[in-house]
Write a protein that binds this ligand. Structure first.
Ligand SMILES: [Zn+2]
Length: 443
């Protein structure tokens, strides 16, 4: 059945839905998600699901819909973003906005991040509605704009301006996670339950200024340079975060010896550093889960070629483990820098850190039913997602867009990259899993 023939009583195939979403170019910036949002609303309305467009920018509207449930459980929020990252200067083998179906994959920007997830959610909701499925509680679907650039017209705005839309919800499914990852022959489904918090820090070095023709030592540029070299060579301290601990324990618990014992050493602070180094590329990927990170991004100082500046500033892009405050991070940076450098956090708004694992076992059971080899693992996300906005309302997000991927398929290397694509079978797997969740999120 093609989308044009969709009539009440039937719904497009999830892959076809994704193809149509990809064909709306929602590259952010600028986003321009309006047409894509209107399309989603029309598809939902087409099967009789109420959905409306809502936003603070007419070109960047969000779709919100609510299906009534029995009232035995708090409402469940499903959310996904419809903006995508740019494709410029990437070597694509297929046009990124054609939505091509080829060799069992849907190709195009957003296939994984995260129009594929949006298509699965819409499919699950339409199926529940068309099949008169008894929902344990209301189901709220929010398809939002601007996730890739902060959520200013999307999740952030919705949470600030219309918290009533999410009233009563305690759990959400959204980004980032649910995809399978094969490690040492075992298949793990990583489920994000927490994320790191971004914090911009300004580092300031001061020193005597003067004329560029004289001999100078220990100037502001030199002091800053010394600090940057130290920062490069001195790792910030390790912290074994509770979510990282859960993740390592879940993975090691399902591996045979000696792999399980080996992996478990990661959460023994005396061995963390050595283990990460021994793990090579995998260790590099995991390292941000064990410490705050700080990377220099913008360097400022000096205005004239013959004048020594008395001040040099460096912008540090820092990501803190959840539950820590900017003061903790500044203290760690100061310990590396010594007294030469002053630090201050810029525009840091601490977000509440919640961890409510109440829905996790239901998600893990569903995965196990559909893939008996699948082990679900709680995950800490090293970057930010819209989950931080919904956390303001006390809503725990589970990054759960389930996809059973072929073991050779590298999810993390394919998102935001050329030739982004998703197997049709993975879309069907995820749509089925989300549908099962809609039947039983009260468990
Ligand atoms: Zn995304």
């Amino acid at each position: 059945m093609s989308l044009r023939e969709t009539a009440a009583g039937s719904r497009p195939h999830v892959a076809e839905l994704l193809q149509a979403l990809i064909r709306h170019d929602t590259t952010n910036p600028p986003g321009n998600e309006r047409e894509c949002a209107a399309y989603c609303r029309d598809v939902l309305n087409g099967v009789g699901i109420p959905a409306e467009l809502i936003g603070n920018d007419p070109d960047r509207v969000n779709v919100v819909s609510r299906l009534k449930g029995r009232g035995d459980a708090p409402p469940l929020l499903m959310y996904g973003h419809i903006d995508v990252v740019p494709t410029v200067a990437q070597p694509w083998d297929v046009p990124p906005f054609e939505g091509r179906l080829q060799e069992g994959y849907v190709w195009g920007r957003g296939a994984l991040d995260m129009k594929g997830g949006v298509a699965m959610m819409m499919d699950a909701l339409m199926r529940a509605h068309l099949e008169d499925t008894a929902l344990p509680g209301d189901v709220i679907l929010a398809l939002v704009t601007d996730e890739e650039a902060g959520g200013h017209t999307g999740a952030e705005w919705l949470v600030d301006a219309h918290p009533e839309l999410f009233e009563g919800a305690r759990y959400a499914v959204g980004e980032f996670g649910g995809f399978s990852k094969t490690h040492r022959g075992r298949k793990f489904y990583m489920v994000q339950v927490a994320e790191k918090q971004g914090c911009r820090v300004e580092a300031i070095a001061r020193g005597l200024g003067g004329h560029g023709s004289l001999v100078h030592h220990d100037t502001a540029p030199t002091r800053m340079a010394r600090f940057l070299v130290k920062l490069d060579r001195t790792p910030l301290p390790f912290h074994i975060h509770p979510v990282t601990r859960m993740m390592v324990e879940a993975m090691s618990g399902s591996l045979p010896l000696p792999d399980s014992a080996f992996l478990k050493l990661l959460i023994n602070p005396a061995f963390t550093g050595r283990m990460l180094r021994r793990m090579g590329t995998a260790g590099k990927e995991m390292e941000p889960l064990f410490r705050h990170t700080a990377n220099a991004t913008i360097i400022n100082g000096g205005e004239k070629a013959n004048v020594i500046p008395s001040e040099v500033t460096v912008n540090l892009d820092c990501r803190m483990l959840p539950g820590y405050d900017s003061e903790d991070l500044l203290g760690e940076l100061q310990a590396i820098a010594g007294p030469d450098i002053e630090f201050r956090a810029v525009n840091f708004q601490p977000k509440p850190w919640i961890l409510n694992m109440g829905l996790f076992n239901t998600l893990a059971d569903i995965i196990f039913e559909q893939d008996p080899e699948g082990v679900s693992v709680p995950m800490l996300m090293p970057a930010g997602t819209d989950g931080r906005h919904f956390a303001q309302l006390g809503i725990q997000t589970y990054g759960w867009m389930p996809m059973n991927l072929p073991s050779e398929f590298d999810f993390l290397k394919t998102i935001h990259a050329a030739n982004e694509r998703v197997p049709v079978s993975a879309l069907e797997f995820g749509a089925e899993a989300l549908y099962r969740l809609l039947q039983r999120f009260h468990e």
